[in-house]
Unconditional design. Sequence first.
Length: 98
Amino acid sequence: MNRRRDSRLFVEVPGYYAEADGSDHHILFGAISASGCRLNKVEPHLGVGDVIALHLGPIGPVAATIRWRRDDQAGVEFRERLDAAIVGFFATFCGAAA
């Protein structure tokens, strides 16, 4: 059973996230949809339920909550869905949709 609500675009785009203490961390983000994305190279201390402010390429800040964590990857859910035009912007980097 697939619980995903939105199609994902598979991209590899640099960005960064800011934690509540104001510290910034550079990441690559991968699969993205209107409701969330996968982050690569996240800091080890971040966990499920933590809230961060994402800067996805030129887009941001976008408030997001970490929903899962595996090694140095994490999946986040955006507090507010991304507008279709923003997702369309990332489609220019898209290798495949799922």
